[in-house]
Design a protein around this ligand. Structure first.
Ligand code: MG
Length: 382
């Protein structure tokens, strides 16, 4: 049956909406399937990640994260991608399905026209950054598979230069925090979410069981710059390496004062999404936390690294809760970063990809072509 685009978009939106309420696990979308035999075919299907532990931030808590898994088939090759939608990004299964249903890859001859394709994708809607990232990722995977090269080889990156990754210990009761800390034994850097009224107690709870370096993410939770500076001085005595997003993103002058006086580097996360935001951060933050779901994918993440370096800023590569698909894609870039926070796949119980590994605390890339993943359920999209 041939479906007119407007009807398809409508039905895709309804189907995705239905999934949110009925867990209609077999919802499947096939676009452009009736087009030219050698055109790129985009398929996408919603999925719900189950978290090992409730994810408690300064302002929210949750046990699942909705994602959309994507593949693009071309001439016998398959590229994989993923959109992860933590609630604060404002995207959902429905918005991502609507966005993907609007894309028409059949107008491009092959995935090597990456710039043309991604400029077109970026122009479809202003936001939908995670949806855009899923296509960017699948195209990069496809290019690597067609050329039979891992992405890091295509970019000329030495895979040995990947950094250690931090592992997140979420806010919780002291007993659970200590249990999570023990579970994190393979990791050499711990990440701790602060921003409630028990920050010192939480750090002391962890320090009671380990002296490993800690990085902290305040998720905008501190609103008084002088108290924030006092806290950073205290953290500096506790073997903490840096402080991520200490203050609300709108408090730019306070943040610049804090960075100038801070004994530890500060990193922007919630404060920015796209590359055009970065230039105004010189002197405001010491560095930026790049995530594919903010940057619209690998192409712009790569550009962000170049911009940050030109401004003399530090770089970390982070992630959302994601499968090994998106985490492995981000890991391809990680050798260019000062820090990695790529543990999203390790915080879930239902990963359906196998990819990058953490060995001895370090991001360890494999030699698979593309973004370096194998599908554990090859029939997932059927
Ligand atoms: Mg963060």
């Amino acid at each position: 049956m041939k479906l007119h685009r407007r009807d398809f978009i409508k039905s895709a939106g309804v189907a995705a909406g239905a999934l949110l309420f009925t867990h209609c696990a077999n919802t499947r979308f096939l676009l452009n399937g009736q087009k030219k035999a050698n055109s790129m075919i985009l398929t996408f299907k919603p999925y719900l990640l189950q978290l090992k532990h409730a994810f408690n931030l300064a302002q929210s808590s949750r046990t699942t994260t909705p994602i959309m898994l994507v593949k693009i088939d071309f001439n016998g090759f398959t590229g994989y991608g993923e959109a992860s939608m933590p609630p604060y990004l404002g995207e959902s299964h429905e918005t991502v399905a609507k966005f993907l249903a609007k894309t028409d890859l059949s107008q491009f001859p092959d995935p090597f026209r990456l710039d043309d394709i991604l400029d077109y994708i970026d122009g479809i809607e202003e936001n939908n950054r995670a949806a855009k990232a899923s296509i960017d990722m699948a195209l990069h995977d496809l290019i690597g598979k067609i050329t039979n090269q891992p992405l890091y080889n295509i970019w000329g990156i030495n895979p040995q230069n990947t950094p250690l990754t931090s592992f997140t210990i979420g806010m919780d009761t002291p007993e659970i925090v200590q249990q999570k800390t023990l579970e994190a034994a393979p990791f050499k850097i711990l990440k701790v979410k602060l921003g409630r009224n028990n920050d010192k107690e939480l750090i002391e709870t962890i320090r009671a069981v380990t002296d490993k370096p800690i990085v902290v993410d305040v998720n905008q939770g501190w609103t008084d710059k002088k108290l924030a500076l006092d806290m950073i001085h205290w953290l500096n005595e506790k073997n903490v390496l840096f402080v991520e997003q200490p203050m609300p993103k709108e408090m730019i002058d306070e943040m610049a004062w804090l960075t100038q006086n801070s004994p530890l580097p500060t990193f922007a996360d919630e404060a920015f999404q796209r590359k055009s935001d970065i230039v105004k951060f010189k002197g405001v933050y010491s560095g930026i936390n790049i995530k594919l779901m903010k940057s619209t994918g690998l192409r712009e993440a790569h550009q962000m690294i170049i911009i940050a370096r030109a401004l003399g800023m530090k770089v970390m590569i982070g992630c959302m809760t994601e499968t090994s698909c998106a985490v492995s894609a981000a890991a391809q870039l990680s050798a260019w970063a000062d820090f990695a926070d790529l543990d999203g796949n390790l915080l879930i119980t239902n990963d359906i990809y196998d990819g990058v590994k953490v060995i001895d605390g370090k991001i360890t890339l494999n030699n698979l072509p593309g973004i370096g993943v194998k599908a554990l359920q090859p029939d997932f999209f059927d």
